[in-house]
Design a binder for this molecule. Structure first.
Ligand code: ATP
Ligand code: MG
Length: 716
């Protein structure tokens, strides 16, 4: 990116250049990992600006993560200079929709200061509703309801849109009622959840022609990266925005669709050509990222999937090592081994910020953290809401939220007795009753109730002090920068003091985290900005530190690349996940495989896969067997190594020699060539040996696959 702009554009291949130069009309760029889709999209954005075809504020550009948006902004900045600073509509679906919604909030019954609640708050809210309605939340868990509501929202359905079947899905026909109750409650709280952001905007577009038209006029160009992971509501939203001008360019890769559990629909790729007739379809086949072995391993793996459009990739990059598959005894040894390898890389002069450990599940990070702290290896955890999920951080944020939005009852409940100040459930009950009777938020009801004789003297005194503090902090918020504000609040609320008094290692850790929070807030000028950031971050935006190894989930690593990639935990039950094995049948297994494809294709130079023979999962030791995905890697691209006696290759050999009890299931996969080495059905046999409990799932998924007509499972 340090090169001058023109030479960079010259560096694009003809297909990429075509995508850049086709500024008018619909464009679909469909290509495999590392083929320069994002690079082309970035160049396209730069070109539109440089040609003055649009002002920065007239381009809508959707990326999958905030980090990707930042990178794109930086890259375009390097190409065309500071004009890019005013790109208000470059960001994730969530951040863009949130920004739009703040302008029209009143149309959906919210104020522009609305709070965006996270899944934790969502669950608490639903639980309250379920209990208030007298439903047994053991039998009908809030989590299930939350999942359904998310699903409906991702499909663009409002409560009134649900059909009888969907209504039946929760508490014998109460789905619709609870969905509606939940939406009303959110309105009272001046809040919305993530799914609401796009759905509210879609509802507004559908109802208010003139508003839709003004946005259609504004956006001369629409662009979307990682298009394969858009869900139905996002797609409808995009389609509306691009409908009049039809200058929409989307780029994606069906093999990297890894969010179907969140409602993403690969079929959107095929729909695009229908909805935008005459779309120019551009395919890229040259991979600029990875060595031939890495590419070969990844391509061989993804070829096992049946539901794909299919494409070939090639690279001009020479040489490179085979992908390594290393078997170790247990989790700690796995972390030790990765630590040693990274230290060796460091000695050889490899920059650590180009090294990543990509995990399937969040719980896997712990072991690496422990080890790296021990050996003094710098690392940062990226992804999820890890940092902001910690209890003390959530408490601090609750204080800030109630300052920013007095209607935020969830925040109020969280901190009204945190730290402990002797305000019990009785008082809260009275507050609730008063609030309900007068239709007030809790924090306002709390002020009113002080004028009555409902509370005993002690509770009244304490509550009154707290309310005076709230009022003071609201004034402070107008004067102080956010980082100062939080320090003040934590001091004056007694929160810091309570932790200091504990004098435990854990409390010290919590204090450190709070310091870190204040530090993170220094970047923000207003409280609103910061809270918006918190609700939207998908990665804990630690300062990019060149001396640190990145640890993150594969999901969060989509679109990124690293010189060295370590992929731990490739074991049946971890990756593919037990959940995918248990529930999902073939579709979820193929999604796991796409995830594995994403993982391997993050690597530029070296890719190391690890599997442990013993693993402690949620506190229990289990013996595990290597992932079927390892067996599916073409042997000519993989070098196996093991620290176990007997050797990792032993199980591979065992596999091919074994009398395969599931050989007949191979028929369940049309077009599969059984001579190509051990496939998943042999892995199933292997799983069976170790853990008979698992086999019914394998059988079921294969059988259900066989039962489906072929054209039912393709995306065509
Ligand atoms: P993914 O599917 O993983 O998102 P992608 O298709 O978006 O991958 P990019 O990240 O845009 O691929 O590009 C992969 C790498 O190839 C980057 O390092 C990029 O700088 C480089 N690259 C892209 N196009 C070219 C080109 N024409 N010449 C040389 N290098 C290129
Ligand atoms: Mg990309």
């Amino acid at each position: 990116s340090a090169q001058p702009a023109d030479s960079w554009l010259d560096g694009l291949n003809p297909q990429q250049r075509e995508a850049v130069m086709t500024t008018e009309g619909p464009v679909l760029m469909l290509a495999g990992a590392g083929t320069g889709k994002t690079a082309a999209l970035t160049a396209r954005l730069a070109n539109l600006l440089r040609q003055r075809l649009a002002w920065p504020s007239e381009i809508l550009c959707v990326t999958f993560t905030n980090k990707a948006a930042r990178e794109m902004r930086e890259r375009v900045g390097a190409l065309i200079g500071p004009a890019v600073e005013g790109m208000p509509w470059l960001g994730t679906f969530h951040s863009i929709a949130a920004k739009m919604l703040r302008r029209h909030a009143e149309l959906v019954g919210l104020q522009s200061t609305f709070t965006i609640i996270d899944t934790d708050d969502q669950l608490r809210l639903l639980k309250q509703l379920i209990q208030a309605e007298g439903i047994d939340d053991k039998r009908w868990p809030a989590k299930q309801l939350a999942g359904l509501i998310d699903k409906w929202k991702n499909r663009g359905l409002n409560p009134a849109d649900l059909d009888a079947l969907e209504n039946e899905a929760y508490a014998n026909g109460k789905g619709q009622r609870f969905y509606a109750l939940y939406q009303n409650r959110l309105k009272d709280l001046n809040a919305c959840d993530f799914g609401d952001l796009t759905l509210h905007m879609l509802n507004i577009f559908r109802r208010e022609r003139d508003i839709l038209e003004s946005w259609q006029q504004r956006f001369k160009y629409v662009m979307v990266d990682e298009y394969q992971d858009t869900n139905a509501v996002q797609y409808l939203w995009l389609r509306l925005l691009a409908q009049t001008r039809k200058n929409i360019c989307v780029v994606g890769d069906d093999d990297q669709s890894i969010y179907s559990w969140r409602g993403a629909e690969v079929a959107n790729i095929l729909r695009f050509e229908k909805d935008f007739p005459g779309a120019k379809v551009i395919k890229l086949e040259q991979n600029y990222r990875s060595t031939p072995h890495i590419l070969g391993a990844a391509s061989g793996l993804i070829a096992e999937n049946s539901e794909r459009l299919g494409k070939t990739l090639w690279t001009e990059i020479d040489g490179g090592e085979m992908v390594k598959a290393i078997g170790v005894w247990d989790g700690p040894e796995e972390a030790r081994r990765v630590g040693e390898d990274i230290e060796r890389l460091e000695r050889e002069g490899a920059p650590l910020d180009r090294v990543a450990i990509l995990v399937r599940a969040q719980f896997q990070t712990r072991e690496f953290e422990d080890r790296f702290i021990q050996i003094g290896l710098g690392y940062r955890i990226v992804g999820g809401f890890r940092f902001y999920e910690r209890a003390e951080i959530r408490d601090a944020l609750a204080y800030l939220r109630i300052i920013a939005s007095p209607q935020d009852d969830l925040a109020f409940e969280r901190i009204y007795n945190t730290p402990k100040r002797g305000l019990g459930d009785k008082t809260l009950e009275k507050l609730h009753r008063h609030a309900r009777a007068r239709s007030l938020p809790l924090s306002v009801a709390a002020v009113e109730i002080l004028d009555t004789d409902e509370l005993p003297a002690r509770a009244r005194g304490t509550l009154s002090a707290l309310m005076r503090n709230f009022a003071k902090w609201r004034d402070d918020a107008k004067m102080l920068v956010p980082s100062e504000l939080i320090r003040t609040i934590l001091d004056e609320s007694g929160y810091t003091g309570a932790l200091q008094a504990e004098k435990t290692a854990e409390a010290t850790g919590r204090l450190e985290n709070l310091t870190e929070l204040a530090r993170a807030m220094e970047e923000y000028e207003t409280l609103g900005d910061f809270l918006e950031h918190v609700s939207l971050v998908m990665d804990n935006e630690a300062a990019s530190d060149t001396e640190k190894v990145t640890i993150m989930t594969i999901h969060a690593a989509k679109g990124l690349e690293f010189d060295n990639v370590f992929l731990p935990g490739w074991e049946e039950g971890v990756f593919p996940s037990q959940r995918a094995l248990d529930e999902g049948g073939l579709a979820s297994l193929e999604e796991e495989r796409r995830l594995a494809y994403v993982a391997i294709t993050r690597a530029r130079r070296h890719c190391t896969i690890l599997h442990a023979a013993n693993r402690r999962i949620y506190g229990q030791w289990t013996s595990s067997i290597p992932s079927r995905f390892i067996a599916e890697l073409p042997a000519e691209h993989v070098e196996e190594e093991t620290t176990l006696s007997g050797g990792a290759s032993m199980w591979r050999a065992n596999w091919s020699e074994r009398d395969d009890p599931f050989a007949h299931l191979a028929l369940a996969k049309p077009g599969r060539d059984m001579s190509r080495g051990p496939g998943w059905q042999r892995a199933a046999a292997q799983v069976f040996d170790k853990n008979p409990r698992r086999i019914p799932e394998a059988t079921r998924s294969a059988a259900s696959f066989a039962a489906k007509p072929r054209n039912d499972i393709g995306i065509g």
